[in-house]
Design a binder for this molecule. Sequence first.
Ligand code: SF4
Length: 239
Amino acid sequence: MSLPRALQVLADLPLAIDPDEVLRFQGYKKGIDVPDSTVLALFDEALALGESLIEPRVVYRAVGLTGQGPAVIEAGGETLHIPAIGRLWGSLEMVGAGICTVGAAIEERVRELWDQRELPLAVMLDSVGSAAVESLAEYANDLLCQAAIAAGLKVTNRISPGYAGWDTAEQAALFHLCPGEPIGVALNDSCVMTPGKSISFLVGVGPEARVDHYFTQCRRCWMADCAYRRAPAAATVRR
Ligand code: SF4
């Protein structure tokens, strides 16, 4: 895999859902809150159900930069306003723009369970879906990093519109850089994605990109013997 300028679609990915993410969406703090046996049984049931329903898909492409400022990235005819991004990501050559989804089936099952008043399982399955798409975004971030290393480049952590001061309205600009249509993700006028269990993301790419203060992707990355690993692998998001 390289860092291609053309749209790339990945499907049937061997995604592993991080159990810690599921419990985080349930409000558990790792190392502090311990779920009881009832919660764990529900967790196991929802995780197995979720794994049978998810359809992980990713679309992404690399886009060359045409400009960069302390809080601005220009690429592909779009101007993205992201607070402190020049300091956080350093000098870039390009960005990787991507969208990932685990599909609509898991949401539909959550709705059915809700209608059947099976509320604890519905809520846990919804957390499984949220954790699955977060794990998938990590998976995509790791894939991009692995590909960039082979090309002598570095890839930053991912960010998304609506987080860290990046205006949600710029979701539309991100979709112009990388449309969701090839994986069935649509954006409405309020910048909400359908299916709901979808994440759009941007990463910075370049030989001088700053990665020294980001460790999350390494902790879940499955790449063996990576000479650039910044943190030990604690789990993996690949089966
Ligand atoms: S271990 Fe870290 S630096 Fe190496 S490919 Fe994975 S995410 Fe990138």
